[in-house]
Design a protein around this ligand. Structure first.
Ligand SMILES: C[S@@+](CC[C@H](N)C(=O)[O-])C[C@H]1O[C@@H](n2cnc3c(N)ncnc32)[C@H](O)[C@@H]1O
Length: 170
């Protein structure tokens, strides 16, 4: 789920050996692959970073296998992402770490705690290490207008984007 390949660039800057997979290939060093079946051996990888779809809010591609076509309000969304989680657990070396980015959804006055729901699935395969709350620099909710409205009308700017850091048990 490496999308435009930011993760590949950062890994290279850190002198790591990197493989970036996605269904939607937008540059030559991205390998086309469905995250639910990763073509790597068991216990062979030192680190995994994944920025999965958060719901069906963005159209990533026409590929029917894209998990971003499933709403986070459906159990199926978490079932499909869990298949990816189990693949990550399979390929990681024991004791090694993965980072998973996901965000909550507030749409049409309905809140879905996507982060918590996903965390519950991930706990089946990994031990918790840390949760980092990512700031949303480019999002409309992070502008002065919304900060002022929140103060004036006494509401919270809610819904989080998370970086879950978890370890495969030894
Ligand atoms: C949130 S985006 C990742 C964005 C990326 N971090 C970037 O910097 O561009 C989620 C990605 O998941 C990919 N994706 C969705 N379902 C997939 C699947 N089953 N297997 C592999 N990639 C998938 C989409 O094509 C999309 O690029």
């Amino acid at each position: 789920m490496c999308g435009s390949g930011t993760t590949i660039d950062v890994a290279k800057e850190l002198n790591r050996k990197v493989i970036g997979y996605d269904l939607n290939v937008v540059r030559p060093d991205v390998v086309k692959n469905d995250s639910r079946k990763i073509p790597l051996q068991d216990n062979s990888v030192d680190f995994v970073f994944i920025d999965s779809p958060y719901s069906d809010n963005i159209k990533y591609s026409d590929d029917e296998k894209c998990i971003g076509k499933i709403s986070c309000e459906k159990t199926e969304f978490y079932d499909e992402l869990e298949k990816t989680a189990s693949e990550i657990a399979r390929i990681l070396k024991p004791g090694k770490v993965m980072g998973w980015v996901i965000a909550d959804q507030w749409i049409k006055k309905k809140f879905t705690a996507v982060g918590f729901l996903m965390w519950q699935r991930l706990e089946k395969y990994f031990e918790p290490m840390d949760i980092v709350c990512l700031t949303r620099h480019n999002q409309t909710s992070n502008t002065g207008v919304w900060h002022n409205r929140a103060r004036q009308f006494n509401f919270y700017l809610r819904g989080f984007k998370y970086l879950f850091i978890m370890r495969k048990p030894n």
